[in-house]
Design a protein around this ligand. Structure first.
Ligand code: ADP
Ligand code: ASP
Ligand code: MG
Length: 816
C-alpha cells in the first residue's frame, strides 16, 4: 500500500487536478488502492493567513473570500458532472460560511489567537480535499473524504503542533482497517488536539501528514507529488543549473530541506526513517520522470556534496563579553530562555575562546530575542561583562550538504574559495559534528551570487558560467563577440564553459542583461539601447548585478578604464585586457594591480599586451614559476616595423614603404607612434616587469629608427616630406646591410636588468634573420634554455589574433 501526497500546485488548477486523476487511474489499473493526502490549492494557505491577519487589524476580507470561493467553484464546474455539482457546492458553501463567521469574529474582536488562526487555515485543506474527493468519486466510485483532525492527534502548540504518535498510529490503523476498501482522500497539514480543536503541523506540513500515515500503515512507499522533478541540488528558482538528485539518505534530505520553504518539509523524514519507508518525490507535471528517492540504503555516489541549501532572510544576534568566558551555565541560560519563549534558533556558532556566541533567528523573532536577553542578563550588561546585544538584519544562510563530505577532505576549502573569489564575506560558520553539513552566514544581498558560484565550484561536471562585461566594440571587441558566438557550443561541450556577456559598452551606448546579451544582434541592440555610455555607471552596474564568476574585459586603448581597475579588483571581479596603458604606466600602479587582484583572489590577464595572441606573457610566467631564471630576452614586438623593414628592399624608398604600410592599415594614424619605438617600449617594459624588474619607462633606452627631423616634424604630412629628404640616410643603412649580407631589425633586449630597443643589422645566423611580413618573434635565453633559446614566433598584430588572445584569457579566468 502506498501513500500519495499532492502539493498545492498539484491541486491548484483544473489542469493539474486532471493530471492528478490520471496518476490515480494508473494506480487503480494496477490494482493499487493508495491513501491520498492533499494540500490546499496553491496560494490558498497564504491567502487565508493574510485574510486572518488583515481582519485582526480591521481590514475587510469579503473580496478575498469571494476569490477563494470562486477558485473552488470553478474547479467543481469544470470537473464535476452537472448532477453532482449541487451537492458539492452545498458542502463547500457550508465551509465558506463557517470561515466567514470565524473571520468576522476576528474582525470584531481585532484579535487573532493561534487557535483561531489554525482553525481558519484548516479550511484550505478541508475545501481542496472535499472538492477532489467529489471529483474522484466520479472515476473511482468508493471514495471517502477524511478529515485528518480526527486521526492525527497533537498537543496544543497551535501552528506547529507536536504529534502524539501512539494515539495517532492507533487511530489511523483502526480507521484504515474499517475503510480500506474506499479510496481515502485525506486533508494534509491539519490535525486535532485532545479537546477536538484543530491544530496544524507547520507550514508545508502536508508532507508530514503523508509520512505519519505511511508509517502508521507500514506503507511500501510515500510519494510526494509536486511541481519539480525531485529534490534538486539547490533551489531551482535561484540556481538555474540545479538538477534533480536520483537518491538521498533521510539525513541528507533533512539537512537539505532544513532551512524551510523547500520541496519537502523536514519532519516528514522522521516517521519514514524510523520505518525505513522510501519517500519518492515526483513531478505531477512530468509523471514519467523518475524523481528523487529518499531511502535508507543509497548506492554510493561520486558527488562530493548532494546539494546546497539556503535561507534568504534571517537576522543574527551576537553576544560577546568577558562575562561569558568559562561560565559553564551561560549558554544554557541563553538557550533555555529562548526555547522557553518559543524562539526557534536556526544556527549557532560559538568561538572556541567562549568569548562570543552568534545565533540566527527568523527576522520576526529578533527583537523579542534581544529584549529577552537584555532582561535575563541585565546584571551582566550593567557590569559590562556583556556587550550590548546587536541585531544584524538582512542575512542569509548557505549550507553544503552530503554524507560524502565526511570522507573527502578539502570540501570547506572549496566552499570558502568559491565564496572568497566572488567577494562574499562570511559572517559566521557552523559545521555539524556529523560533517554532513557546513553552513555559513552571509549577506542576503550576496545569496544568489554565492549559491551559483558554490554550485559551479562543486558540480564541476556541469558547465561553468562566466559573466563578462565588455568595454569597447572596436575591431577587437567586435571580433571577440563573433569568435565567442561561433564557439559557443564547442566551449560548452569541450571546456564545460558557458560565457554570458552581461554588459557591453562603447563610447556611445551601453546595455546589460544578466542572462547574457545576444551575440547575434548585439550591434543593433546596443545602438537602440536607452542607456547612454557612462563608464562610472557601467562599473557601478556591473558591481550591483553581483554575478558569480564575473570578468571585466577592457578592449579599448584608452587610459580611462584603467582608473577603474583597482575598484574592479576590489569588487572581486577579474580583469582581462588588451589595453597596454595600465601595465606600462608607473611601476607602482603595475604592482598595485597585481597585488590587489591577488588579495581579492581574482585574475588579471593581459596576454595580448605583448605580441597579440602569441603565448608570450604566459610562457614567461610559466618559466619563472617553474624555477627557471631569465638570462636574456630578445624580441621584435612591433609588427609595423617588421613589415616596413621586410619590405624595404630593392628600389623602393623608405618613404614609399612607410606610406604603403599606412595605406594597408598596419600603422597608427601617425606612423611615428610606431616608428618612434614607443609602443614597442611599452611591451618591453611590461616584459621586464613580469620578469621581476622594478623598471620605469625612462629606463628603457630607445634608439629611434627615425632621424631627428622626421621625429620633430609638425604634422604627418611634414613627417612624410622629411622622410623623403632622408632617403639617403635610409638607403645607406640598407646598402650597408646588404653588403654585409645582413638585414635590418629593430630589436628589443632585456639583459642584466637593462632594457633597450635598437636598430641592428643581423646576419643569417641570428634567429631573427628569417622573419616575414609583420611577424613578431621573441627568444628567451634562460638557465634551462641556454644552448638554444626558447623562441615564440608568429603574427603579433591584427584583430583576429588579438581577440583570440583575449578569448583565451577569458576562458582561463578562475581555472585553477
Ligand atoms: P508543494 O506545494 O508541492 O508542496 P512546495 O512549494 O512546498 O510544493 O515545494 C516545491 C518547490 O520547492 C519547487 O517549486 C521549488 O521551487 C522549491 N525548491 C526549493 N529548493 C528546492 C530544491 N532543493 N529542490 C527542489 N525544489 C526546491
Ligand atoms: N497548505 C499548507 C501550506 O501551504 C501545507 C502544505 O501545503 O504542505 O503550508
Ligand atoms: Mg510543500
Amino acid at each position: 500500500m502506498k501513500v500519495l501526497k499532492f502539493g498545492g500546485t498539484s491541486v491548484g488548477s483544473v489542469g493539474s487536478i486532471k493530471t492528478l486523476l490520471e496518476i490515480l487511474k494508473a494506480e487503480d489499473e494496477q490494482g493499487s488502492r493508495p491513501v491520498v493526502v492533499l494540500s490546499a490549492m496553491s496560494g490558498v494557505t497564504n491567502l487565508l493567513i493574510s485574510m486572518a491577519e488583515g481582519a485582526a487589524e480591521g481590514h475587510e476580507f469579503t473580496a478575498q473570500l469571494a476569490e477563494l470561493e470562486k477558485r473552488h467553484f470553478d474547479v467543481v464546474k469544470a470537473l464535476l458532472d452537472v448532477q453532482n455539482q449541487n451537492p458539492a457546492f452545498t458542502r463547500l458553501k457550508i465551509h465558506f460560511n463557517q470561515l466567514e463567521e470565524l473571520l468576522q469574529g476576528v474582525l470584531t474582536l481585532r484579535e487573532l489567537t493561534p487557535k483561531t488562526r489554525d482553525q481558519i487555515v484548516s479550511y484550505g485543506e478541508r475545501c481542496s480535499a472535499l472538492m477532489v474527493s467529489k471529483i474522484a468519486a466520479q472515476h473511482f466510485g468508493n471514495v471517502l473524504f477524511t478529515d485528518a483532525a480526527e486521526l492525527i492527534k497533537t498537543d496544543s502548540s497551535f501552528g506547529n503542533a507536536k504529534v502524539n504518535n501512539e494515539l495517532t498510529d492507533l487511530l489511523i490503523r483502526n480507521y484504515y482497517q474499517e475503510n480500506k476498501d474506499s479510496l481515502l482522500i485525506v486533508t494534509g497539514f491539519i490535525a486535532g488536539n485532545e479537546a477536538g480543536q484543530t491544530t496544524t503541523l507547520g507550514r508545508g506540513g502536508s508532507d508530514y501528514t503523508a509520512a505519519i500515515l505511511g508509517a502508521a500503515l507500514n506503507a511500501e512507499e510515500i510519494q510526494i507529488w509536486t511541481d519539480v522533478n525531485g529534490m534538486m541540488t539547490a533551489d531551482p528558482r535561484i540556481v538555474k543549473k540545479a538538477f534533480p538528485l536520483e537518491e538521498l539518505t533521510y539525513t541528507e534530505a533533512m539537512e537539505l530541506s532544513y532551512f524551510g520553504a523547500k520541496v519537502i518539509y523536514p519532519p516528514t523524514m522522521i516517521p519514514a526513517f524510523l520505518k525505513k519507508i522510501p519517500i519518492v518525490i515526483k513531478n505531477t507535471f512530468e509523471p514519467a520522470f523518475r524523481g528523487t528517492v529518499i531511502r535508507h540504503d543509497c548506492k554510493s555516489s561520486t558527488l562530493p556534496i548532494k546539494g546546497i541549501s539556503s535561507i534568504n532572510n534571517i537576522s543574527i544576534l551576537n553576544l560577546q563579553g568577558s562575562g561569558m568566558v568559562g561560565k559553564s551555565g551561560f549558554s544554557g541560560r541563553l538557550f533555555s530562555l529562548l526555547a522557553r519563549e518559543q524562539i526557534n534558533i536556526i544556527l549557532i556558532t560559538q568561538s572556541s575562546s567562549e568569548h562570543s556566541i552568534t545565533f540566527a533567528v527568523q527576522p520576526d523573532d529578533a527583537g523579542k530575542a534581544q529584549r529577552l536577553i537584555e532582561q535575563e542578563f541585565e546584571l551582566e550588561l550593567l557590569a559590562n561583562k556583556l556587550e550590548p546585544v546587536l541585531i544584524e538584519r538582512g542575512q542569509a544562510i548557505l549550507a553544503i550538504v552530503g554524507e560524502n563530505m565526511k570522507q573527502t577532505p578539502g570540501m570547506s576549502g572549496k566552499l570558502f574559495h568559491a565564496l572568497g573569489r566572488n567577494g562574499v564575506n562570511v559572517r559566521a560558520i557552523a559545521q555539524g559534528s556529523s560533517e554532513y553539513n557546513i553552513s555559513v552566514i552571509i549577506s542576503a544581498a550576496d545569496l544568489s551570487k554565492a549559491l551559483n558560484a558554490v554550485h559551479d565550484a562543486f558540480f564541476i561536471e556541469l558547465t561553468k558560467t562566466l559573466h563578462a562585461f565588455c568595454l569597447g566594440t572596436g575591431n577587437i571587441g567586435r571580433t571577440l563577440f563573433s569568435q565567442l558566438n561561433g564557439h559557443k557550443e564547442y566551449l560548452e561541450k569541450n571546456n564545460g564553459i558557458q560565457v554570458k556577456i552581461a554588459g557591453i559598452s562603447n563610447t556611445r551606448k551601453m546595455m546589460f542583461n544578466s542572462d547574457g546579451l545576444s551575440l547575434d544582434t548585439w550591434k543593433d541592440d546596443l545602438a537602440e539601447s536607452i542607456h547612454t555610455a557612462d563608464l562610472p555607471a557601467f562599473i557601478a552596474k556591473m558591481k550591483e548585478m553581483n554575478l558569480p564568476n564575473c570578468v571585466f574585459i577592457d578592449n579599448t586603448a584608452s587610459p580611462k578604464p584603467i582608473e577603474f581597475y583597482e575598484e574592479v579588483f576590489k569588487s572581486n571581479i577579474s580583469v582581462v585586457t588588451c589595453n597596454k596603458i595600465g601595465n606600462s604606466a608607473s611601476f607602482s600602479q603595475y604592482k598595485m594591480f597585481r597585488d590587489t587582484a591577488r588579495r581579492h583572489g581574482v585574475d588579471f590577464f593581459y596576454e595580448t599586451n605583448v605580441g597579440a595572441g602569441l603565448p608570450i606573457i604566459r610562457t614567461l610566467k610559466d618559466l619563472m614559476s617553474s624555477g627557471d631564471r631569465i638570462q636574456c630576452i630578445e624580441a621584435i614586438l612591433s609588427g609595423t616595423i617588421s613589415y616596413i623593414f621586410n619590405h624595404f628592399k630593392g628600389d623602393v624608398s623608405f618613404h614609399d614603404v612607410v606610406k604603403e604600410a599606412q595605406d594597408k592599415g598596419y600603422t597608427e594614424p601617425d606612423p611615428r607612434d610606431d616608428l618612434s619605438g614607443r609602443d614597442f617600449m611599452r611591451k618591453i617594459l611590461i616584459l621586464a616587469r613580469d620578469a621581476g624588474h622594478e623598471m620605469e619607462e625612462a629606463e628603457v633606452e630607445i634608439e629611434s629608427v627615425l632621424p631627428k627631423a622626421c621625429l620633430e616634424a609638425a604634422t604627418v604630412d611634414d613627417f612624410y616630406n622629411a622622410l623623403k629628404t632622408e632617403d639617403a640616410y635610409f638607403n645607406d643603412l640598407k646598402d650597408r646591410a646588404l653588403k654585409e649580407k645582413k638585414v635590418l631589425r629593430y630589436i628589443g633586449k632585456l639583459e642584466n636588468g637593462k632594457a633597450s630597443i635598437t636598430l641592428q643589422m643581423v646576419d643569417e645566423n641570428h634567429p631573427f634573420y628569417m622573419l616575414s611580413g609583420s611577424d613578431n618573434i621573441i627568444s628567451f635565453t634562460t638557465d634551462r634554455y641556454k644552448e638554444r633559446p626558447l623562441v615564440v614566433k608568429g603574427p603579433g598584430a591584427g584583430a583576429e589574433v588579438t581577440a583570440a588572445g583575449v578569448f583565451a584569457d577569458l576562458i582561463n579566468v578562475g581555472a585553477d
